[in-house]
Design a protein around this ligand. Structure first.
Ligand SMILES: [Fe+2]
Ligand SMILES: [Fe+2]
Length: 540
């Protein structure tokens, strides 16, 4: 240990915030942020201010887990009232933008009847003029496409809404992020910098590269009253050294949910990064300390908050060489560009991989395969399953792909051949459409319609079909949201009777019966594959 040098403690949680609400990927693009502000945040705050006890009771009811209920035990109403007033004061442009989206939808609904859309441009709300293109599909259903890159350069993208909140974390329990804003307290240090600020990288480098307190203080600039608290977040104790993969083949490690680190002598790839902090717990896990100093590729399967977690992405950004993301449909409100989102939060080298496109690296490749379903039948293209090939091995990370149409996999099999190991999510019940996308709708959806359009992954029959199609020798059920450190983003607690558990149990049994290794991943796992045959088996 060098004298006077300090590291960021491994259990300091750093929550990225958007006007005090936990920042997730729809809070970055101006249009989706505007809709979430008016249709989620204000509505939950209004409701809490009116009936705090209803929220306190609802949070205790397991049946309402993940619902729009604030987790402050009916207290802190004045602070929520103040947050609401402050947000109204600071974000008039976003409120205007949200109202404009409402108004434009109404204009298209009532006036776009299959005839030229040209006259409607001058009727569009002023806030959106020059930022939208009006379009029909081939059945004359009207819609609009946002010119997203320009919106990021407009007054609607205001980085001053972004900040980081630091506090000590000693256990897995954290309030659900979509319904509970974070508030100031004596135990949090609020770092008011936008996500793309260099300070964010400097802060997280302190997890492994120590610096003297004087420099850290200069960087974080804590007010005098917060200085002892900020200082307590640092320690002279170095983290345990990272143990790199030294074999000649392949090592993959499961870090929880859909987060998998794949390492070979040539390359490191991290899929869907979602990390726990490091603290005492009954469930053993890999954490930030188990990541290499440099990660060649971070690969993201789709734009759901349990797969694009800014809290983790911001921590690792400084060590990531490239981010690989699926291509978006281009301007549809429900399908914002993930490339633009990551670039605007300060990620460099963000590469879009379109369906069936590959990225080659030394002795291997990553190919983006089509991903059906799990998005409530909305026109969302930003999703991909990824086939990773290393030497003669192939691993398919299918994330929440729902096998809605087995013929897809017949076609894919002809294109890519056998797959050695398949990783598949089986959250086969799924939340209804409005749980995630509700704020984007400008008209109320019928309850039955909402319930029928769920964010559901594959069930047993769909999963076994997929496994059989690729002649997989190993099957891993993952992305089930069951690790205790995911509660704040997933709000899912299964019992042995829950369908995702019973369906995945059936898959495991059926695979085992046919000599296929199968397991539902939980916590941590490491697999080493040596003796990879190189080159000739790579191409199919
Ligand atoms: Fe998902
Ligand atoms: Fe998921």
């Amino acid at each position: 240990m060098k004298d006077g040098l300090l590291y960021l403690r491994p259990n300091i949680q750093v929550e990225p915030l958007f006007d005090y609400w936990y920042a997730w990927s729809h809070l970055i693009p101006p249009a989706t942020a505007a809709r979430n502000l008016t249709e989620r945040h204000f509505k939950i705050m209004d409701s809490y201010i009116n009936a705090p006890q209803v929220h306190a009771n609802a949070v205790k009811n397991p049946k309402l887990l993940g619902g729009p209920f604030m987790d402050y035990g009916g207290k802190r109403v004045d602070e929520i009232r103040e947050l609401r007033a402050q947000t109204k004061r600071l974000r008039p442009h976003l409120i205007e933008l949200s109202d404009a989206i409402n108004a434009l939808d109404e204009i298209l609904r009532t006036q776009a009847k299959g005839f030229s859309l040209q006259p409607l441009y001058h009727l569009a709300p002023d806030a959106l003029k020059g930022y939208v293109e009006l379009v029909y599909d081939l059945n004359h259903n009207p819609s609009f496409r946002l010119i997203e890159p320009l919106l990021y350069q407009s007054r609607y993208y205001d980085r001053s809404a972004q900040s980081l909140m630091l506090s000590v974390l000693t256990g897995d329990d954290r309030p659900f992020v979509l319904s509970t804003p974070r508030l100031e307290s004596d135990s949090v240090f609020h770092l008011r910098v936008p996500f793309d600020d260099e300070v964010v990288d400097e802060l997280f480098r302190l997890k492994s590269n120590p610096r003297p307190w004087g420099e850290i203080k200069e960087m974080l600039k804590p007010p005098e009253s917060s200085e002892p608290l900020a200082r307590s977040f640092f320690t002279p104790d170095p983290p345990p050294p990272y143990s790199p993969y030294r074999g000649s083949g392949l090592r993959w490690r499961y870090l929880g949910h859909a987060c998998i680190l794949l390492e070979t002598p040539d390359v490191s790839i991290l899929f869907d990064p979602v990390l726990s902090y490091t603290y005492e717990s009954e469930v053993s896990r890999y954490t930030y300390q188990d990541l290499p100093d440099s990660i060649d590729y971070v690969v993201i399967t789709h734009n759901h908050q349990d797969h694009v977690l800014f809290e983790t992405i911001l921590q690792i950004r400084h060590k990531v060489k490239n981010f690989i993301v699926p291509t978006s449909a281009g301007g549809f409100l429900q399908d914002p560009s993930l490339k633009l989102i990551l670039k605007n939060i300060g990620c460099r080298n963000v590469i879009e991989l379109d369906q069936m496109e590959s990225l080659e690296f030394e002795n291997g490749s990553i190919t983006a395969l089509p991903f059906l379903g799990e998005h409530s039948d909305l026109n969302i293209r930003c999703k991909a399953a990824h086939l990773a090939r290393v030497g003669n091995r192939s691993l398919l990370f299918a994330a929440d792909s729902c096998n809605l149409e087995p013929r897809l996999y017949e076609h894919l099999f002809r294109a890519v051949g056998n797959v050695d190991a398949i990783f598949l999510g089986m959250e086969c019940d799924g939340a209804p459409l409005t749980w995630l996308y509700g704020p984007l709708l400008t008209r109320k959806i019928e309850r039955a319609m909402d319930e029928s359009r769920r964010l559901a992954g594959s069930n047993f029959a769909q999963a076994i079909d997929l496994v059989r199609q690729f002649n997989s020798k190993e099957t891993y059920v993952y992305a089930m949201g069951q690790e205790p450190w995911l509660g704040h983003i997933m709000s899912l607690k299964y019992t042995e009777e829950s369908r995702p558990i019973t369906e995945s149990n059936r898959l495991i049994q059926e695979c085992s019966k046919h000599g296929i290794y199968a397991e539902r991943l939980f916590g941590e796992k490491e697999i080493l594959i040596e003796n990879l045959c190189v080159k000739e088996a790579v191409s199919h």
